[in-house]
Ligand binder design. Structure first.
Ligand code: IFM
Length: 417
């Protein structure tokens, strides 16, 4: 038996990227961090990954894997990449603007780079791809990291000024602004585990930075709306489905606590300063008198559980905010493309289910359009609809991308029962 799941008219379909992960040639606090830590990351890989991962991805032992370098050279090849997106039936695309390019020196905006991103936006428009523009997807300009990054007294003001500049120069081209990508993940890795720049392990700073980011979003929201009142402004939140296994009292209480802090705290604080919620969802965390008690029946190359229902539950958790929701990221690392088609279809069944259950989901952006630089993991995880040969920079469309294209083009999914 087959059933056709029809998505709402005007639903936005596409994929996402971020500047530092695909552009190449960036100089910022992340590129400095890479140079300092590449040898260590390569040396530590044997303790971090299971033997099946070490066998399949020996690149993880090579320090070069951890240097973003020319990445996919998307900075120069965006036209070719958008042609591919268009050929795959996409009608939307999410990307980020690199702060260190726009403001390489404190208070000095680079007109050449502004012109570059204008061309990027025009290239999207020419192909009828609706841009979703992320203002900040993690790296900081060197001048700001030298002042202490988000700890610097003026950090919120610097961000507001940068966001206002983007709104002023691109107000006619951009309808959807995402101020901050995954504040939770940034604060966690930068300030508690110390795995990411600035490499701090200080819980006090962690809470301080979360609150600075809340403030930064609110200020940027107000600045953008003052310049472009019609613009839609929100964040991309990294929400996790915390499941209280067997519904016991203790598991329910643990779930309540982590939902409150991880999934809802930031969104509650900005609830009067958002026109939509952007959801990034990858994770399910089963609570059974402790966290991460997942069954892991199916996993991605990174060992993350493939549990599509997590997307339904995280979407349902956003209903209370009473604004439209866009899935800004969901996807998997799957180098041999053996699970991607199944996973995308299973995710979309959950989006459909959430829509039917009253969540106003208006778009789905797969992570990612291209294979890219996965931060401290480097290049070996392959998230792309399009495979990149990092030697030749040749692009190859994966079969799963063609299956996703049929869904995008028909605005529907055939469900086999
Ligand atoms: O690659 C990242 C992206 O930068 C933010 N969201 C999660 C993705 C996969 O880890």
């Amino acid at each position: 038996m087959e059933k056709i799941l029809q998505f709402p008219k005007g639903f936005l379909w596409g994929a996402a990227t971020s500047a530092h992960q695909v552009e190449g040639g960036n100089t910022n606090d992340w590129s400095e961090w890479e140079k300092k830590h590449a040898e260590r990351f390569a040396g530590e890989a044997k303790n971090h990954w299971e033997s099946w991962q070490q066998e399949r991805f020996p690149e993880m032992f090579d320090p070069a894997n951890y240097i973003s370098g020319h990445a996919t050279d998307h900075y120069n090849r965006y036209e070719e990449d958008f042609d591919i997106a268009k050929s795959l039936g996409h009608n939307a695309h999410r990307f980020s603007i690199e702060w260190s390019r726009i403001e390489p020196e404190e208070g000095k905006f680079d007109e050449k780079e502004i012109a570059h991103y204008r061309q990027v936006l025009q290239a999207l428009k020419k192909r009828s791809l609706e841009p979703f523009v992320t203002i900040w997807h993690w790296p900081l300009p060197l001048w700001l990291s030298e002042k202490g990054g988000w700890e610097a007294p003026g950090a919120t003001m610097y961000f507001e000024r940068y966001a206002a500049k983007l709104a002023a120069v691109f107000k006619d081209e951009v309808r959807f602004w995402i101020t901050i990508n995954e504040s939770q993940i940034y604060a966690l890795h930068g300030y508690t585990t110390g795995e990411w720049p600035p490499g701090k392990t200080n819980v006090f700073l962690y809470f301080l930075i979360v609150h600075k980011l809340i403030n930064a979003h609110k200020k940027a929201y107000q600045a953008i709306k003052a310049i472009a009142p019609e613009a839609n402004v929100g964040i991309a939140t990294h929400n996790i489905y915390f499941e209280a296994h067997k519904n016991t009292f203790i598991n329910r209480m643990l779930k309540k606590a982590v939902d409150w802090w991880w999934n809802d705290y930031f969104l509650n604080k900005i609830s009067r300063h958002q026109d939509f919620v952007g959801l990034n969802n990858y994770l399910h965390n089963r609570i059974d008198y402790g966290f991460n008690k997942n069954e892991n029946m199916k996993v991605s190359d990174m060992g993350w559980e493939l549990y599509p229902e997590a997307l339904f539950h995280t979407l349902m958790g956003l209903k209370k905010y009473k604004v439209p929701v866009y899935v800004m990221e969901s996807g998997l690392a799957d180098a041999d493309d053996s699970r991607r088609e199944w996973f995308i279809k299973a995710l979309l069944e959950q989006v459909y289910r959430a829509n039917k259950s009253g969540v106003d989901v208006r778009g789905f952006l797969y992570w990612s359009l291209l294979d890219n630089f996965e931060w401290d993991k480097g290049f070996w995880p392959r998230f792309g609809l399009v495979a990149i040969d990092y030697e030749t920079l040749e692009r190859k469309i994966r079969p799963s991308a063609r299956a996703y294209a049929e869904i995008c083009r028909s605005n529907s999914l055939i469900q086999k029962e």
